[in-house]
Design a protein around this ligand. Structure first.
Ligand SMILES: [Zn+2]
Length: 321
């Protein structure tokens, strides 16, 4: 690191530490940027544009068998890398910040489960978890590795064929192009007519209303909102920044690159979430928050969602991702 980069990093850390001293109870929204150090790539570049062709759309998956063949054939390759991913610096720092009472909860847009693996306890998986699949007809759920084992058994040869040159994508998809027409995708064994889908919210689908309310309660109970490693380009995450701003809560952001909420931040730090949050954790470890602060009491249960946080946005209900 050059002197300039080092001093810039130190300045950013000092500003973040000051922010936490003023607002010691943070709700945190995380995105792909906290998992890139775990080897899971980001969807977007620094300007917020897609790095690769946009991911699977909900409607396409649900309506076209060919889309599902392609999706599962690629997932057979891509999901293994997602399964092997381990928590990185940002995940570990956020778990420790929760233990210190600074982080009151995490709203994550990631489906990789790495916050929980790192030890975070209050996590809202806004877009679901990639390790489960669900029948879209009867709702039966099964573990994804079990479904993948069935896929592999029915499609011998696929799992290894292109693994080496396929690029992993954030949701366990992989960039892999070939003819998928011969790929067999089994239907639901329970009801006999449903199709299996990863238990995640695809683009173009809706986040369940109860999950949004749970996340919103975290924001309402916090002093401030910290956005880490997310461009918030998707409305499902952006709405929490808007809600916090509307409630008069200050917002801070640690992200490399532009975000959709840039005009809402009291503090915007262009930095790697892993480095900066690790630095914050070390600083707080050295000089813990003052006695008598909230961190000494157990975290509060999230308050029930306020009556009409979405009052101006139409009736309560699922909102599009
Ligand atoms: Zn079924």
């Amino acid at each position: 690191m050059t002197d300039t980069a080092e001093s810039r990093q130190a300045a950013a850390l000092s500003r973040l530490t000051d922010f936490v001293a003023r607002y010691p109870r943070l709700a945190v929204v995380t995105g792909a940027g906290v998992s890139t150090d775990s080897g899971i790539p980001d969807y977007r570049d620094a300007s917020g544009a897609w790095k690769c062709p946009p991911p699977m759309q909900h409607r396409e998956f649900m309506s076209r068998h060919e889309a599902r063949q392609r999706y599962w054939a690629r997932a057979l390759v891509g999901f293994r890398a997602l399964q092997q991913a381990r928590p990185a610096a940002a995940h570990r720092a956020l778990a420790e910040l929760e233990a210190l009472g600074v982080v009151t909860g995490i709203i994550t847009q990631n489906v990789d489960g790495l916050h929980q693996q790192a030890g975070s306890r209050r996590v809202v998986d806004l877009h679901g978890r990639a390790e489960l699949v669900r029948c879209m007809h009867c709702g039966a759920r099964r573990m994804r590795h079990d479904f993948h084992a069935e896929l592999a058994a029915r499609n011998p040869g696929w799992q290894t064929a292109d693994a080496a040159r396929a690029a992993l994508r954030p949701d366990g998809d992989a960039d892999l192009e070939r003819d998928f027409a011969g790929f067999t995708v089994p239907g639901c064994g329970r009801c006999g007519q449903g199709i299996y889908k990863p238990d995640v919210v695809f683009f173009g689908d809706s986040v369940p209303a109860a999950r949004v309310a749970q996340a919103m309660a975290l924001v309402e109970a916090a002093d401030a909102l910290l956005v880490a490693g997310s461009s918030l380009m998707v409305y499902s995450g952006y709405r929490f920044a808007r809600a916090a701003a509307r409630a008069g809560k200050p917002l801070a952001c640690v992200n490399l690159g532009r975000t959709r909420a840039d005009e809402l931040y009291a503090l915007k730090l262009e930095a790697s979430a892993g480095e900066l949050l690790s630095g914050l954790t070390a600083a707080l470890r050295a000089a813990p928050p003052a006695a008598g602060r909230h961190h000494r009491s157990p975290p509060r249960e999230p308050a029930p969602p306020a009556r009409a946080w979405h009052g101006s946005g139409g009736p309560p209900g699922a909102t599009p991702r």
